[in-house]
Design a protein around this ligand. Structure first.
Ligand code: UDP
Length: 497
């Protein structure tokens, strides 16, 4: 049997803003008050330690949400810790990526006996790693499939521990691939009292009676979302290498800068001569992990198609707009990501598509690798890129929710999203933005992009409506009220007492 090293790490959380600071913002006050009232009624829950467990501390929506949820819960008097657990094993990584894709209804169905053995072996070893931390009265909240078997094997030995599984992925209409992944995961769900999904439709039939729905949410004041003046935005982009470095600005250059794909096939930091026009030309942006299901490939093709429309555009202003428009496709720099073979492959495919494009399209298409050494700097760069965009796009083939759309709406930036179910939970067509249903139909996508770029008044309306939608439904306070409904529910706490 192969020896597998399990990496388990308790992640330190910075407190960040406190509740009184949020309350100073009038749009947030009533939600903060409501959350505090709710927390005051959860005395039993405050006696327990809640362990949030996932597989990574950086990258993706879960890692984005946990620190703020934990910080705010702590301020409300709850004991919450964050454990990141993952084995140093490529086969496990590939297996869980396959499960991830299958739960999204994509990829080939079917699991072998050796998949089962691997999942069991690693699950048992990861469960062992919990022993030092999790106590009999605690609550385990396991996020997504990777740490799920660890939760299962731990609960087999420690039946007094209360457990919730939070699944952030799924599709609304189950298919062969998703059913096969659910069959594979089913045994590991024994022992969990609750499951939480981002939509009722995502839960398989055997979990429906245990399922509650909680929407993901953003914290409005993190580095990813906080307001930035134009002056700050310019400074951050220059520090990150996305505007000329010779501007006279207050803050020092970031240690690691964004790298951009050049026509010679290399990713490198832009020099000042290549740099500068992101701020004053129409800009389309998609920022995501390099995952095939994010629909980058079709978006790139749609952009090429969009550019060709400048030749036939009737309106001269619009013709100019199409000539000048730029596309930024940004995601994490793989130099900072330990193990993501599929991500590298997706990036490689995008690169080879880019290299085939005519020079005049290449100059307006930026494939950007964002440094990941500093979570703060990464978040600030994403914040700026979203803010300076004319339209933020999320062309996902599948999407459990899609925080990138939420983030853009919060910033009053109009969004264009695919019909992936999670995105349609947030965006209503022609209210907060536009929906182009089929992420892979790049011709259709280019038409909607063209219409949206032409429709300046529509974009203003979407921008305004997007912000209100996020304030009403997708901020962290509402999300935590729902979490306390689940964890603090008398039934849940009492069940095993
Ligand atoms: N993100 C980031 N840097 C990147 C790429 C993505 O900070 O280089 C963030 C993005 O802003 C969002 C999260 O990662 O907060 C992605 O969440 P989403 O729900 O859109 O997709 P997921 O990655 O969970 O599938």
């Amino acid at each position: 049997m192969v020896i597998i090293v399990i990496m388990i790490k308790k992640i330190e959380i910075k407190t960040g803003y406190n509740l009184d600071e949020y309350r100073l913002l009038t749009t947030l006050k009533s939600s903060v008050d409501e959350l505090e009232k709710k927390a005051a009624n959860c005395a039993n829950l405050k006696k327990k330690t809640i362990w949030m467990v996932n597989s990574t501390a950086t990258g993706g929506g879960v890692a984005e949400m946990l620190p703020r949820m934990i910080s705010i819960l702590r301020q409300l008097g709850f004991q919450v810790e964050w454990l990141v657990i993952s084995p140093d094993n490529k086969d496990f990584f590939q297996l869980t990526k396959k499960i991830h894709n299958n739960l999204h209804g994509s990829g080939n169905p079917g699991f072998s006996d050796s998949d089962r053995n691997l999942m069991d072996q690693i699950g048992r070893e990861m469960a062992g790693a919990f022993e030092k931390s999790v106590k009999p009265d605690d609550i385990l909240v396991i996020h997504d499939p990777q740490p799920l078997p660890a939760g299962y094997f731990f609960l087999q030995k420690h039946s007094t521990v209360l457990a919730v599984w939070r699944c952030h992925i799924g599709i609304d209409k189950q298919n062969e691939a998703s059913v096969s992944a659910w069959q594979f995961l089913k045994p590991y769900l024994q022992g969990f009292q609750q499951t939480i999904f981002s939509a009722q439709e995502y839960a398989p039939d055997f979990l429906k009676s245990l399922t509650q729905v909680i929407y993901p949410a953003i914290d409005p004041l993190t580095h990813k979302n906080r307001p930035l003046t134009i002056h700050k935005t310019t400074g951050i982009l220059a520090n990150a290498g996305l505007l000329p470095g010779n501007l006279r600005i207050i803050t020092p250059q970031f240690e690691h800068k964004a790298r951009v794909l050049k026509p010679d096939g290399n990713f490198s930091v832009m020099d000042d001569s290549e740099n500068g026009n992101l701020l004053y030309q129409p800009l389309l942006t998609q920022i995501s992990r390099w995952d095939r299901l994010k629909g980058f490939q079709a978006l790139m093709k749609a952009f090429v198609e969009l550019k060709s429309k400048s030749r036939t555009a009737q309106d001269t202003r619009h013709q100019k707009r199409l000539e000048l428009v730029k596309l930024v496709l940004a995601g994490p720099d793989p130099a900072f990501i330990a193990d993501d073979p599929e991500g590298l492959q997706v990036l490689e495919e995008l690169k080879s598509e880019y290299l085939k494009l005519p020079k005049e399209v290449q100059k307006d298409l930026y494939l950007v690798l964002l440094p990941m050494n500093s979570a703060k700097e990464n978040a600030l760069i994403v914040n700026c890129l979203q803010r300076i965009s004319t339209i933020v796009i999320q062309n996902s083939i599948r999407e459990g929710f899609g925080l990138t759309a939420t983030e853009a709406m919060w910033k009053s930036v109009p969004v264009l999203v695919s019909g992936a179910f999670g995105l349609t939970k947030q965006v209503r067509d022609q209210v907060e933005g536009r929906i182009h249903n089929n992420a892979e139909d790049y011709i259709g996508l280019s038409k909607v992009l063209d219409e949206m770029l032409f429709d300046a008044r529509g974009r203003e309306i979407y921008a305004y409506n997007g912000l209100s939608r996020v304030v009403d439904q997708f901020l962290v306070f509402k999300q935590l009220i729902h979490w306390l409904d689940v964890l603090g529910a008398d039934g849940f706490v009492r069940n095993k007492n």
